[in-house]
Write a protein that binds this ligand. Structure first.
Ligand code: CIR
Length: 253
């Protein structure tokens, strides 16, 4: 398994923000949290390839938004935030070592944080970052590889994966206040604790769930369900509206 990551930019304080107020972001702390996140991925069996940051890309650590890597090919996105579009070039260059590359083209916009793959279905958030043309282009590419693309309305959070992620095959962790359970019929649903609205973002890697220690009540729910868990601190990256999945692209070599 490869985890493609990108170092925290020294300019992260100038990141995009949509649903939260701007608080100072301490670069050194964000960098240390990101290093710990990478160490967790390494412990879970990933080989890390870290791309260098760029002062001109405050949000580049959130590499998930720049691509969707399927077994068959990689789709380079066209991020919804114009300030982030330049991030894709380096990612495309790296991914081309492992996959043939397809690209989302204007006027479409699509952020990888809006694409949740569960088996052969790709749920895609229609959000402030991903438009209907982005969904249509993703659908055309993914359908040619045998996937079903299912659009889901996202209004109260940044990305679909701010509201729901997969924690085991066919089991999702979901905040019902942000996204409707109805969109995920047939899947086993674990709800986040009501006091932890930002707690739906988890990374599933092998049989382990990598989770943020900012959400102890939801963590306890996962523990009670028998999940093998590893935790890390995401508090500083959260000030940039980032979470766990957004800091890597995970794929089989
Ligand atoms: C942005 O607004 O684009 C960044 N500040 C945060 C992106 C987080 N990405 C993700 O959750 N997939």
């Amino acid at each position: 398994m490869i985890a493609l990551t990108r170092a925290v930019s020294p300019s992260i304080a100038h990141c995009e923000l949509t649903h939260i107020a701007r608080d100072p972001i301490r670069y050194e702390i964000a960098r240390d949290q990101h290093s710990h996140y990478e160490a967790c991925l390494r412990e879970l069996g990933c080989a890390i390839t870290q791309l260098p940051p760029g002062d001109e890309f405050p949000d580049c650590v959130f590499i998930e938004d720049t691509a969707i890597v399927l077994d068959e090919l990689a789709i380079i996105t066209r991020p919804g935030a114009a300030s982030r579009r330049g991030e894709t070039a380096a990612v495309s260059n790296e991914l081309s070592k492992y996959r043939s590359i397809r690209s989302i083209e204007a006027p479409a916009t699509l952020d990888g944080g809006d694409a949740l793959q569960v088996g052969r279905t790709i749920y895609v958030g229609v959000s402030t970052r991903t438009n209907s043309s982005g969904v249509a282009q993703l659908d055309a590419i993914a359908r040619s590889c045998g996937y079903t693309v299912a659009p889901v309305e996202v209004t109260d959070c940044l990305h679909l994966k701010s509201a729901v992620t997969e924690v085991a095959p066919g089991t999702i962790l979901l905040n019902p206040g942000l996204v409707s359970r109805d969109a995920f019929a047939g899947l086993d649903v674990i709800e986040t604790h009501p006091d932890e609205p930002a707690g739906a973002n988890a990374v599933r890697l092998g049989g382990t769930v990598l989770y943020s220690n900012s959400f102890p009540l939801t963590l306890e729910r996962l523990r009670q369900r028998g999940f093998k868990l590893m935790t890390t601190d995401t508090s500083e990256l959260a000030r940039a509206e980032g979470a766990l999945t957004c800091c890597s692209l995970l794929f089989q070599r």
